[in-house]
Design a binder for this molecule. Structure first.
Ligand code: GLN
Length: 498
């Protein structure tokens, strides 16, 4: 067994037992990155020297019997939306190309305290807006299962680097499915915890009422371990939940008794690819063989989830991204060139206003601009009630659907995505069709409930398919145990791309 094919839990155990050192583990993954990443394009920055130094320090501490953190020596990668002190944090955007935060995100600080080793920062759709990773200003990332296909997004770099064995774990973010979708399309496991379970301090904001950080790994056990480290109250994030953190890594392997799983009939109604539907139905049979009862439930407002999500997400993004004006934050246009060119005779902008406009026009890519405009429109006087306020009301109805469903079932099960990975470039010109592929994942962000994607099969073309499980808010323990039951009975998560 190669170290790069070993799970995070086993790597940590082997490090504790002295079967390998942190330096050996870091070297294996760094070599794998050098060999593989030129064709995958998952990493925006590889921090090889810093990672080896960190690993050496951890080995030295352990050798002298000093205490080490819970993840001591475990390498991982970070989506480039997480602030890392004195290191570029680009968010996949020209706007933040030269941004080096003066602080670590709370999640990064927790990983540092746990003695994880940081391999580098990975690619994403610009400001986490997208489902294919093609909206990055810097590079496209390819799906390790088929290099012509997208890895999913927006945490495409996270899922691709884990699937290709370049990191055992990656930390992503999920606003409408960005951890779960790429995990599904790359055949790995991705968890979106309850809103507020993990501090968002230092996570560059996209849509603040929906954003949540989540781990991507090769198994449910691995993401359970990471959740245990990342979860918890943070005074720096007023939306973080002040509740004890259960020992997820210790309970994850306890099967759930008398499990009732719900399937929403709305999830099987239209547009679902045949191979995806068969894999999900087969997964239900696996659960039945484990003693679970399957019950059909209804989520009557499910058809409105995508519309509701895109109104709310765009409104919040238009407000959050107002800070990138070239003064407070972000790229600033070349002012001397601007002044030399002179103003446009038919505008009455002051030089300052012109500088804002040019900085934003140069710094943001087309998808981000589209969303800022949609959100600004929906929030403007006269439209606010018709769009934003209406979306908030529908959001409440969607939450009530789920509350009702969870009175009857323990977990909801269904597909993560309506199709498997598609070809690079296929949907770039058709943003609406890309938005529509978010139909199964956005609800968990609108309601705040936790959800996970686990591998459950392949298409006839050999592309991975993900199974989606959702639980009531704060019931990660139940969610992880239910998902582990499936992984323990199947080997889909152990398959690796050749
Ligand atoms: N695909 C969705 C979007 O483009 C979700 C993105 C995310 O979760 N960050 O908004």
């Amino acid at each position: 067994m190669q170290l790069t094919e070993t799970s995070a839990v086993d790597l940590v155990e082997g490090l504790q037992a002295g079967r390998w050192t942190a330096v050996e583990v870091a070297r294996s993954f760094l070599e794998r990155i050098s060999g593989k990443d030129p064709e995958i394009g998952a990493f925006l920055q590889v921090h090889a020297d810093a990672a080896l130094e960190q690993a050496e320090r951890i080995d030295a501490r352990r050798a002298t019997g000093k205490s080490v953190g819970k993840l001591a020596g475990l390498p991982l990668s970070l989506k480039d939306v997480l602030c890392t002190r004195s290191q570029p944090t680009t968010c996949g955007s020209r706007m933040l190309e030269n941004f080096q935060p003066p602080f670590d995100a709370t999640s990064v600080a927790k990983l540092r305290d746990a003695d994880a080793v940081f391999l580098g920062k990975v690619n994403m759709d610009e400001f986490a807006m997208g489902s294919s990773c093609e909206n990055s200003a810097f590079q496209a990332t390819r799906n390790p299962w088929n290099l012509e296909c997208i890895p999913g997004g927006s945490s495409g770099g996270s899922a691709a680097c884990v699937a290709a064995g370049m990191a055992p774990i990656s930390i992503g973010s999920d606003t409408g499915g960005s951890v779960r979708q790429p995990a599904a399309l790359c055949g790995v496991t991705g968890l979106k915890p309850t809103y507020g379970r993990i501090s968002r301090y230092g996570l560059v904001a996209f849509a603040s009422s929906l954003d949540q950080i989540g781990p991507v790994g090769t198994s449910v056990r691995d993401v359970a371990l990471l959740l245990e480290v990342l979860a918890g109250h943070d005074p720096l994030d007023s939306t973080s939940i002040d509740a004890p953190v259960p020992p997820y890594s210790q309970t994850v392997e306890q099967p759930l008794k008398n499990l009732t799983l719900g399937i929403a009939k709305e999830h099987f109604e239209s547009g679902l690819d045949g191979d995806v539907e068969s894999a999900v139905r087969e997964a239900l049979r696996v659960y039945e063989s484990l003693g679970a009862t399957i019950k059909e439930v209804s989520l009557p407002h499910a058809p409105h989830a995508v519309g509701t999500y895109y109104i709310i997400a765009c409104c919040e993004c238009s407000s959050n991204l107002a800070r990138y004006d070239g003064v407070h934050y972000g790229h600033r246009t070349d002012v001397s060139q601007m002044l030399a060119e002179g103003g446009n005779s038919n505008d009455d902008l002051t030089p300052l206003e012109r500088m804002y406009c040019r900085s934003r026009a140069e710094g943001f890519g087309p998808e981000v601009k589209r969303r800022i405009m949609l959100g600004t429109y929906a929030l403007s006087a006269g439209y606010y009630d018709a769009y934003y306020l209406q979306a908030l009301k529908v959001r409440r109805l969607i939450r009530q659907d789920f509350d009702k469903a969870f009175e009857e079932v323990d977990l909801l099960v269904g597909p993560v995505m309506p199709t498997a990975a598609y070809k690079l470039g296929e949907k770039v010109e058709d943003p609406l069709s890309m938005y529509l592929s978010d139909l199964f994942t956005v609800s968990a962000n609108l309601t705040g409930q936790p959800a996970i994607s686990v591998p459950c099969g392949f298409t006839s073309g050999g592309l991975p398919i993900g199974l989606h499980l959702q639980a009531p808010p704060m019931e990660e323990e139940r969610l992880l145990r239910g998902a582990w039951m499936f992984q323990n009975a199947t080997d889909w998560h152990q398959r690796r791309p050749q």
